[in-house]
Design a protein around this ligand. Structure first.
Ligand code: ZN
Length: 167
C-alpha cells in the first residue's frame, strides 16, 4: 500500500504532463488550390481567442499545447471575409491534421441550417478533426456528423442525413 502511494503522485504528474494535443494544417486557396501563406489563424474556445499563429509561405501551420476539447478556428486575411470553422476536435497526445480551403471563391458565406433541397429536419452539425471520446459518443447517438480532417469544400457546416450531403 505504501509503495502504491509513492508511485501514484509520479503517475499523476506524468499524465498531466501529456494532457495536450497539437493542431497542424495546410491552408489551400479555394480558387486554384495553391498554398495560402500569411493567413492569420485564431484558435477559439467559447468565442475566446486561445492562441494565434500565421500560416507559412507553403500554407502550413501548427499550434501545440492545446488542452483536449472542441475548438473553433477563425481564419483571416487582409481583403477577405474572415472564415470561422466550428467544432474542431483536439485530443491529448494526438496531432489533428487539417486541410482547409481559404480564401474561398464565394467569400466564405456561412451556410444556414437548411438543406439545399429545402428541408430543415435530419440535419447535423459537422465536427472536424480526431474525435474525442465525447465526440464519438455524440456521433454514435446521431447528434453530430464526423467530417474528418480534409475539408474538401469551402465551408460545409451541416450534414443532411436524408440526402447524404454537406453544405
Ligand atoms: Zn436534405
Amino acid at each position: 500500500m505504501i509503495r502504491i502511494l509513492k508511485i501514484l503522485p509520479l503517475l499523476i504528474s506524468l499524465t498531466s504532463y501529456c494532457q495536450t494535443g497539437t493542431l497542424k494544417g495546410i491552408i489551400k486557396n479555394g480558387v486554384d488550390n495553391s498554398s495560402s501563406g500569411f493567413i492569420t489563424i485564431y484558435l477559439e474556445l467559447n468565442n475566446k481567442k486561445i492562441s494565434t499563429t500565421n500560416s507559412r509561405i507553403d500554407g502550413n501551420f501548427e499550434i501545440s499545447g492545446i488542452p483536449q476539447g472542441t475548438y473553433d478556428i477563425c481564419l483571416q486575411f487582409v481583403g477577405y471575409l474572415p472564415h470561422k470553422m466550428i467544432g474542431i476536435s483536439i485530443r491529448n497526445d494526438s496531432i489533428t491534421n487539417l486541410e482547409i480551403k481559404y480564401p474561398c471563391p464565394n467569400g466564405n458565406i456561412e451556410s444556414k441550417k437548411i438543406c439545399p433541397y429545402g428541408h430543415i429536419d435530419n440535419i447535423l452539425p459537422i465536427t472536424y478533426g480526431l474525435p474525442t471520446n465525447k465526440t464519438l459518443e455524440k456521433a454514435e447517438k446521431g447528434k453530430i456528423w464526423l467530417g474528418g480532417c480534409v475539408i474538401t469544400e469551402c465551408s460545409p457546416r451541416w450534414h443532411c442525413k436524408s440526402h447524404n450531403l454537406n453544405f
